[in-house]
Write a protein that binds this ligand. Structure first.
Ligand code: SF4
Length: 127
């Protein structure tokens, strides 16, 4: 029994694990990508690796998961983190009562980012 029930149906658990962790020049992810393309639990796998890796460093990412190589997963995680940060900035801006400096501190960014993200919202409010 796997740690998660969906892992019982994972195609990578029924094949050569080295295909998902290629090592050295000339050893790509092509075989693993083909297997992931037909895997019945790909969506579960994708959600699982997103939870595992979150927005962590690229160095922490290894192997192919859900048809995605480490670099692609890192890019996606960065995009998701920026979207979540921008959504927080807009929520705090629209709520009112906070300075750009306070919003920046709450969102973990600099004030320039707050001004950039809220610019379209300021323009709408002024119109
Ligand atoms: S989608 Fe995930 S579970 Fe399925 S074969 Fe690929 S890495 Fe394994």
């Amino acid at each position: 029994m796997s740690r998660f029930a969906w892992m019982d149906d994972a195609l990578c658990a029924q094949t050569d694990p080295d295909a998902f962790h290629p090592d050295g020049p000339g050893h790509g992810y092509r075989t693993a990508a083909k297997i992931c393309d037909t895997c019945p639990v790909r969506k579960d796998c994708e959600e699982h690796v997103e939870r595992l890796e979150g927005a962590g460093s690229r160095a922490d990412r290894h192997g192919m998961w859900a048809g995605a190589v480490p670099r692609a997963r890192a890019r996606q995680a960065e995009t998701t983190a920026k979207e979540q940060r921008d959504a927080l900035i807009i929520r705090l801006h629209n709520r009112g009562g906070m300075t750009a400096q306070e919003i920046a501190a709450a969102a973990g960014c600099d004030e320039r980012t707050v001004y950039r993200v809220t610019a379209p919202h300021r323009d709408q409010a002024a119109a």
